[in-house]
Write a protein that binds this ligand. Structure first.
Ligand code: SAH
Length: 357
């Protein structure tokens, strides 16, 4: 679908061949299309003026017909632990958030796939926002470009990993997420490795199967958080239409096709899902498909409905899994002081500013 803003077409919605065609129709050589394509993707140009190997006439011509709907940094906060979060302003005014998580051995970009989210998971701040719209491939790509630049400029290191764990459910914006990943991984885009990209889903069984059919090369993570339908229904309404059995089958299909080990994310909530009984249920689910478990510390989101589990219980929970042959790692959360941690992305600063203004 081509969106027309002020009668201009966003030029990044065109394929390389379409761009070449446009130049040929204007009596220009096709390679001009490739030049423009490289400016748009490889060099992330935000205006036609930057395209210095095109004549001023050609740049003006493009300017009359096309626009570049690039995202803009609205504000940027650096956490005590060096995590950087920004809200990005989209061309139609919406805001999404992206985060750079620096670690010893890696620089990870956490990006959004939708404005808001439709899944209403009870523990997640983004879940309280309405899902406004899907992000375009270019809007996803732009977040990565910005965050990659922060890694270089703030910490002098290249971006190594990307996780689709920001706002939104990536598998409900399937084709745009796939198109973005293609651009991120192709040499004429950012040339990053598929193995360093993780798409995280709340568990849309049909779309997990589709990932398998499409034989994707990136990693898959499932936000599991409870290993019985009874408990999962209580915290993740999506489970009512995508039972653990259905999701488990979809994961088996995914694994059979891709041979890629899955990560289960499991937030430990106090007195809810962190007992040894719960670990036993999780272990049973882990038998379905080769997987490892990341136990995540709960980040309070404000309504006080949930509490963080005690670290001793988390350790015992992980030890039980490990003892039974499942790799389990505790993920301490990052960027909490600036609400950049998992589940805290809800444009809070912007809301505050709106209230004040
Ligand atoms: N919709 C996708 C992508 C968002 S990922 C998904 O659900 O996987 C965001 C990750 O942060 C998910 O694992 C989510 O379950 C987790 N998360 C959400 N709220 C959280 C919170 N308050 N504390 C810790 N992790 C949270």
């Amino acid at each position: 679908m081509i969106s027309k803003i002020l009668n201009k077409i966003d030029i990044r919605e065109l394929t390389l061949d379409e761009l070449k065609d446009i130049f040929v129709k204007k009596g220009q050589p096709a390679f001009r299309g490739k030049q423009v394509y490289e400016w748009l993707w490889k060099k992330s140009a935000t205006s036609f003026d930057e395209m210095s190997n095109l004549s001023i006439e050609l740049r003006n011509l493009l300017n009359e017909e096309f626009c570049i709907n690039h995202i803009k940094v609205q504000d940027k906060q650096v956490s005590e632990d060096r995590t950087i979060k920004s809200s990005f302003r989209l061309h139609d005014g919406f805001l999404v958030e992206g985060v750079l998580i620096p670690a010893e051995d890696r620089m990870t970009a956490c990006v959004s796939s939708q404005v808001g989210c439709s899944l209403t998971c009870k523990f997640c701040a983004t879940g309280t926002m309405k899902r406004e719209r899907n992000l375009t491939p270019a809007e996803i790509y732009d977040q990565v470009v910005h965050i990659k630049n922060w890694a270089q400029n703030h910490y002098g290191k290249p971006l190594t990993n990307i996780v689709f764990m920001g706002m939104g459910e990536p598998l409900l914006n399937y084709s745009n997420v796939m198109a973005a990943i293609k651009k991120i991984t192709l040499p004429e885009g950012l040339g990053m490795s598929n193995e360093r990209i993780t798409v995280s889903t709340a568990g849309i069984a049909k779309m997990i199967e589709k990932l398998g059919d499409d034989n994707v090369k990136f990693r898959l993570a499932l936000s599991l958080h409870a290993a019985s339908d009874e408990k999962r229904n209580m915290i993740m309404p999506i489970n009512e239409s995508n039972s653990l059995e259905a999701v488990g089958k979809a994961l088996q299909h995914f694994y059979n096709k891709t041979k890629s080990r899955i990560t289960f994310e499991y937030i430990a909530f106090k007195d809810f899902n962190e007992s040894i009984e719960d670990a036993k249920m999780l272990l049973k689910f882990c038998k379905k498909v080769p997987a490892k478990v990341n136990v995540i510390e709960y980040n309070p989101t404000g309504d006080g409905q949930f509490e963080k589990a005690d670290s001793k219980k988390i350790d015992a929970f992980c030890a039980y899994l490990e003892k039974n042959g499942v790799k389990a790692t505790v993920r301490r959360s990052r960027g909490k002081d600036i609400d950049a941690a998992c589940g805290q992305l809800a444009n809070k600063k912007h809301d505050d500013a709106l209230m004040e203004g």
